[in-house]
Design a protein around this ligand. Sequence first.
Ligand SMILES: Cc1ncc(COP(=O)(O)O)c(C=O)c1O
Length: 316
Amino acid sequence: MTEITDAIAALVGGTPLVELAQVAPEYGVRFFAKLEGQNPTGSVKDRIVLRMLQRARELGALAPGQAIVEASTGNTGLAVAMLGRRLGHPVEICVPESVYPEIGRLLRAHHATVRWVPRQAGIKSALEVAARVAREEGAFFLDQFGNEENVRTHYETTAHEILEALPRVDAFVAGIGTGGTITGVGRRLKEANPHCRVVGVEPRLGVHLQGLTSLEEGFIPPLLDESLLDGKLLVGNRHAVSHARRVLGSEGLFVGISSGAVMHAAMRVASRLGSGNVVLIFADGGAKYLSTEIWEAADPEAAYDPEDPIDDVLWW
Ligand SMILES: Cc1ncc(COP(=O)(O)O)c(C=O)c1O
């Protein structure tokens, strides 16, 4: 197959924007979540990978049958494994050992070769290993952290879909991994409404939240345009998990841990905004985190205390 124009590719994007009526605060703020877990491999990453592969093929940078290598904590790896294979490319994914066990199993199920990098080295060293594999073994390095198509895809597709469904957006909340989602969508939403507040979510220092990057650890993703951010929230595991469970318990949506962190951040944004429409990116689904047992432990309706000082909030 030479072009990704088939039925599977047609399933990428066009995800629903749903109102979260149960978890929204009583006062005049409405929450709308973009359900990116409904993409074919279960995350927002299908969008950027489809575009990056198509563009690389168009430009001749990626030759038919050439091996593809990428660094990922999971979601991008799954998208490359599925879409790359459909295009006839062998796929290798460099993955930090800190990821959840489902990730390795899912990548192998998608026939990808997994190259593990030491836990403490994290995504930064996975990137270095992937670049070396490309240099030494002639594989094509997709490089989601440096590929402008990442930001462009969100500007042209994710943001466009949001504005079509909800013309007035007063605040936008998304996790920061490569920074592609928040930069691409944030840029377009601010063009549509210059008063739209764009708030980024990252893990607290030393905390692992799947798919998110801690800027405090010193690795600033090159695609991230921090000038677009009106605020940043550093979220801990407890709040990320309790709010992922709250969304499941109250709205019936099985979302991932970074979505829980975004949900928690949105509650803080709401209390500051007072009224308006807040759009949240739920980047993936919860199924790949089942082995963590977070879904069974303690009381799912963990009370939300707006004054809880746990998380660092940085408003510009
Ligand atoms: C679960 C999850 N949430 C959020 C993100 C952040 O998205 P981006 O890389 O566009 O910043 C990612 C990225 O990998 C992710 O996998």
